[in-house]
Design a protein around this ligand. Sequence first.
Ligand code: BGP
Length: 477
Amino acid sequence: MTFKDNFLWGGATAANQLEGAFDLDGKGLNVADMKTVGGRGKSRVFTPTLDLETYYPSHKAIDFYHHYKEDIAMFAEMGFKVFRLSINWSRIFPQGDEVEPNEAGLAFYDKVFDECLKHGIEPLVTLSHFEIPLGLMEKYNGFLSRETIDHFVHYATTCFERYKNKVKYWITFNELNFGTMPHGELTVLGLHPKGEFPLDKIPSNEQHRFQALHHAMVASAKAIIKAKEINPNFEIGCMMAHITMYPLTSSPEDVLQTKEYDLLVNKFVSDVQVRGKYPALIEAYFKNKNIELDIPEEDRDILAKGTVDMYTFSYYMTICVTQQHGAPASMGNLVGGVANPYLESSEYGWQIDPIGLEYTLIDLYDRYEIPLFIVENGLGMEDEVAADGSINDDYRIAYFKAHFEAMNRAIEKGVDLIGYTSWGCIDLISAGTGEMHKRYGFIYVDMDNEGKGTLKRSKKKSFDWYKEVIASNGQNL
Ligand code: BGP
């Protein structure tokens, strides 16, 4: 067994890291638009009001808004079958709670999807990729209020209706399981921050966080129910940041702790979205911690009905857990943990673990037995442009090769893997650091960390390599 004939090879992006044009054609502000650049080892800062002296990377990003034709043509040249992008919620509902959508925003995505389809590329669309309208944060404290459920469902339904004949593959929320952690409160749930991003400096309130997460899960389920009424052929995924965890040692304490973190951070939210109910151990965990969630019976029915068709997830690295370490710490935009002495790290400290991907695929398929789709994976590095203009990213090719081999092994073992979109197929703004220099792409974009550059696109060495991978359906690595 190997990659299926119709395996969905492609690349992934998010509106706020790609589009720019943050205030054009009626777009409102979103949470991402309020974050400044950070940098390696430096946190991004969330500013409650825009400071015109400050550089906000999402405002310009790589200006996909005006370059989408050129960019999609390059994806087509690589042979992409699928392109993952997100709709910028505040382009469609500038404040988040309007009744009527912004037609100019809807029209932009019509053009983008048409361009994809013209090249035979299926769009895979995320409805909320860290892009909650600022208005919803200010008025409702994001998903802490139940009102936000209806605003999300209205937004989702508007998109499903509008694009029902153009888009088949959907994701409701990006990395919703980040909502279990302090740093996901702002980014994923839109809870109003009182200080710096990431939120590890802010006293977190688990009661609020888990209530908001509950509302977001209900919003997702309600949207899925509506989506299936609009077009029963839609394929809809959850989206988990899968932080695969190993016990640091074989001590039973470490093994037990790993099991418990894995349930809370990785499995809880996907259990709800795939199985349609809270895991019994999570209900007990809340009880033991005196977290009392308001979960009306009606919500439980909605969760049971609004389940996903596929398990979509990001995979970048594995971490180790040990009892001495305490709770997972936040690192960049992912969860830290303890370094694994058997693995090497990228220059950003992300541990590289292809076998961990094989392990993760087996673990997930064993638990859920629904199609799996890797919608983010890749290597963020500071690429160098040689004097002749070439970018020889052999390290990226080696990273992909090892991960594709791992995928192949998992498929041979019986895992139903239906697609793969590498993260940041074209260089874009890093979510965690706000930098441009943390690059993932097959396509280089001439821009620096201050937003200066020509925005010219050029092919890295990995461009032709990936093209051959796709052309051979994963056989020539
Ligand atoms: C994921 C996010 C992406 C992307 C990726 C890489 O968590 O869904 O938006 O940014 O991480 O992270 P970074 O950009 O911090 O390198």
